[in-house]
Design a binder for this molecule. Structure first.
Ligand code: ANZ
Ligand code: ZN
Length: 802
């Protein structure tokens, strides 16, 4: 037997695939198609991680299977290459981000090719390429044209270390996503995309798609649709209404105070009537230091200041109630003001206890001397609502009352905010807008796109949070495209998420210079049939890209309202210590090392065998070795081949079963059990002692998507025709996949007495006869008459005795 020289075999086939363009998608749009999408990597300086290999291996297997099933497959890859890590490396090392990016892309490409992924390398996308970001800018301008882009002064999350403004999503937990420094709040004029306009569409669209249930749930929560009411509270002795948002108008009789955000504009408006304005200002200053995350923590001690000089009137009871400012009310949600119901809201309860405010029970069921009661129950102390036990009914009734009084109405709110769409950094797509002293914001004309990122030496950000582009006079100074007078270019760049918001469209037609993709190509390839990626991207990236796609759909520029028909997710690979892999822990596994030592086929098999695909699993060197043994034993089968174009009697049934199992398991991403089934088959082949050529060939076909190099090589070695990747996926005979025997229960008068192993689908008479011969049944029926014999096929026998 020839030695299994995996590195020679793997480079041989990788070279073959490259030369033959084996995995390039065809432009024959008459064929049935499959579009499999994986999240394109950020080409960081660390190179690839085994997590990338697992993330790509799932749809890699599906794509290889689909090709064998006769589909025209689009399985593309690219690089999401703008962003902070590259820019930070560039600043640290003095190497230009263009060069850093190119080097990293080269490194990643080499690594991906070594693993033998069947990507279409003719369609590679680099989001920092002018021919790509031209269209990112183009779509942005379409949004601008359609009123979805605006600028607003706002409090922003600012990272003092990266010197950038961050979105809420990029600063979760009050820390910068990139450098983990603490975020501070800063007022700044920033760009926004009006994603909230698409909130309902993004929510409704989830009904059309096949996403894993928890992916849908996370998106629903992120959009955070809330239905409730807006209610106006009159301010005593002022011609003023304070508007609040509540999901519980039914609790209005229990409102004993109000709370407004420290930034609420009513404070400024009535500055002169407020006796303790200095205290309020001081409190507000303190709040500005906290992140939204800190402010909304349930467990933290409640703080606040009572407004001395403004009193509200409960519109239902007519009672005067105090108004407080507190950090637990956010200016960015609802109206920035709430009606507080301490008896039935935990935060209001804690606040009322601390400030000695009345607590009035309006829903029975709890003990409000101890804690807020947030459950359902009968309405009490609530006038016309008393006695109602159904929450919905109580809400409806109160809404009717409020509407009649003219002080309230139904309302809807979303947690999702408009998308802060900018960064004051160099390494991003320039925002193609010109500021003209006469015309205001003017779009760069479409035929001037791409608005190129100027190649500069000094790409360090200014300490004031200004973009480095602001220092480049030749970039900044320009003529207004509308009136021709002197104007200034916008110097902010787009955020990291821009390029990935539409990359799946560009893959359909990546070299098009006239359109972001031709309608013909889009009509054929879209939607993505199957998208697999990380759970960490199911909100930000997926929602942003669904938003861009839906916008383009509304313009009639893409054929489907949803970009992704199906979305699944892989679980993380943990270190051997069970902890998340990280440089600082020193538990990172480099895919290159595994390929060097065991070969790419083993790496591919292992990342799919290590556990349920969607679950996290720790790296195990001994399991890697197990996969290597499996491949070695597959290799050694070449000495056991008998020349026959049939299945042998001994293996026939198991062959059919294994083919079925592998075929089905690939579809449900149960790659580990598919591999286990092939391991079982292999053991049985060794028990039998030989394998027919036909059996070997079919085994190579089902194993090919997992271990493409060794299977191609063996296919050639045993003298099969053509190359393996051009073969048809094997079929199986359902009838032969049934288990030959099956276990059924045997009852006497409905009580289980015994279990029987019977041939599957055996005739009733035979089964009854078997049952009557069973020892336990013989004993149980001794001296009794069998009056009825019941047989439920393949399930149970029940003998009724007297
Ligand atoms: C009275 C009430 C009584 C409330 C009760 C809840 C329970 P969701 O479901 O998230 O939309 N709220 C409104 N605006 C707020 C803001 N800007 N900052 C902090 N809290 C705010 O939550 C809506 C509820 O959160 C609203 O309903 C309001 O409190 C509070 F037994 O009003 B509720
Ligand atoms: Zn102008």
């Amino acid at each position: 037997m020839k030695e299994y020289n995996f590195s020679a075999i793997e480079s041989k086939w990788q070279k073959y695939w490259d030369e033959h363009k084996t995995f390039e998608a065809s432009n024959d749009f008459s064929k049935k198609k499959f579009y499999g999408l994986v999240e394109f990597p950020y080409p960081s300086g660390h190179g690839m991680h085994v997590g990338h290999i697992k993330a790509y291996s799932g749809l890699e297997v599906v794509s290889r299977k689909r090709r064998m099933q006769g589909y025209n497959v689009l399985f593309p890859i690219g690089f999401d290459a703008y962003g902070l890590p590259t820019e930070n490396t560039a600043i640290k090392t003095g190497v230009h981000p263009r060069k850093v990016t190119d080097d990293n892309i080269k490194k990643f490409t080499g690594q991906l090719k070594r693993v033998g992924f069947s990507f279409d390398w003719s369609r590679v996308i680099d989001t920092t390429d002018e021919n790509y970001y031209k269209w990112t800018q183009w779509i942005f301008l379409k949004m601008f044209e359609n009123g979805l882009v605006f600028r607003d002064k706002t409090l922003v999350n600012y990272c003092p270390s990266c010197k950038v403004v961050l979105s809420n999503e990029d600063s979760q937990g009050g820390h910068c996503d990139v450098c983990h420094s603490e975020i501070v709040q800063k007022t700044k004029e920033v760009w926004y995309l009006r994603i909230t306009e698409y909130a309902d569409k993004l929510l409704q669209g989830l009904e059309e798609v096949d996403y894993l249930p928890n992916i849908k749930l996370q998106q629903q929560n992120w959009i955070g649709k809330s239905t409730g009411a807006f209610v106006n509270f009159k301010i005593k002795e002022q011609d003023e209404q304070l508007k609040i948002y509540t999901t519980r108008p039914d609790t209005l009789y229990g409102v004993t105070f109000m709370v407004i955000a420290p930034e609420h504009p009513i404070i400024q408006k009535y500055r002169n009537s407020i006796a303790n304005i200095a205290d309020l200002d001081a409190y507000k200053t303190e709040c500005a230091k906290k992140s939204e995350f800190e402010r909304t923590q349930l467990v933290k001690d409640k703080t606040g200041v009572k407004i001395d000089g403004l009193t509200a009137i409960n519109p239902i009871t007519g009672k005067e109630i105090p108004i407080y400012i507190s950090d637990y009310v956010m200016m960015g949600y609802g109206t920035g003001a709430i009606m507080a119901v301490p008896a039935h809201d935990t935060r209001d309860y804690d606040f009322a206890k601390k400030f000695g405010i009345d607590i009035i029970e309006v829903i029975k069921g709890g003990d409000i001397s101890k804690e807020a009661y947030t459950g359902d129950g009968e309405m009490v102390n609530s006038g016309e609502l008393n006695g109602i036990t159904n929450k919905k009914e109580a809400i409806e009734k109160m809404l009717t009352v409020l509407e009649k009084l003219g002080c309230g109405e139904k309302g809807v709110q979303y947690k999702m905010k408009d998308w802060a769409f900018n960064r004051q950094r160099y390494w991003g797509e320039p925002i193609p807008i010109v500021h003209c002293p006469h015309c205001g914001m003017v779009a760069v004309p479409y035929d001037e796109l791409p608005l190129k990122l100027p190649p500069v030496e000094n790409f360090e950000p200014g300490t004031d949070g200004e973009s480095p582009l602001a220092k480049i006079d030749s970039f900044v100074h320009c003529k207004c495209p509308k009136c021709g007078c002197d104007a200034k270019r916008e110097t902010d760049t787009m955020p990291q998420w821009a390029g990935s918001s539409w990359y799946f469209l560009r893959y359909c037609d990546p070299n098009n210079n006239d359109e972001f993709a031709s309608q013909e190509a889009l009509k054929y390839w879209m939607p993505v049939d199957w998208y697999n990626g990380g759970m960490e991207h199911v909100t930000r990236h997926m929602i942003y890209s669904r938003f861009w796609h839906k916008f383009l759909y509304d313009l009639g520029l893409v054929p489907t309202s949803e970009p992704y028909a199906k979305r699944t997710a892989q679980g993380l690979i943990l270190g051997p210590d069970g902890e998340k892999m990280s440089k600082s822990r020193g538990n990172v596994v480099d895919p290159n090392d595994v390929v060097d030592e065991y070969g790419a086929d083993v790496l591919r098999l292992y990342v799919l065998f290590m556990g349920d695909y969607e679950k996290a699993a720790p790296w195990s060197e001994s399991s890697v070795k197990g996969c290597k043994r499996f491949v070695d034993r597959i290799w050694a089968l070449q000495d056991k081949v008998v020349d026959s174009d049939e299945y042998s009697d001994k293996l026939r049934s198991l062959m059919h079963k294994t083919i079925k199992k592998v075929s089905d398991d690939i579809e449900s991403m149960k790659f580990n059990t598919a591999i286990a089934a092939m391991m079982t088959l292999l053991n049985e082949i060794y028990n039998v002692g030989s394998i027919t050529k036909k059996e070997f060939r079919d085994l190579l076909i089902i194993l090919n998507p997992f271990a493409p190099h060794v299977t191609e090589e063996l296919y050639q070695m045993i003298g099969c025709e053509g190359v393996l990747d051009e073969q048809e996926w094997v079929t199986y005979d359902e009838a032969l996949c049934k288990d030959d025997t099956i276990e059924i229960v045997c009852q006497i008068n409905g009580k289980v007495k015994s279990k029987l192993t019977i041939p599957t689908d055996a005739a009733k008479d035979d089964v009854i006869a078997l049952a009557k011969a069973d020892e336990a049944i013989v004993k149980a029926t001794e001296g009794k008459n069998i009056v009825k014999e019941i047989y439920v096929p393949n399930k149970l026998v029940n003998l009724v005795v007297k």
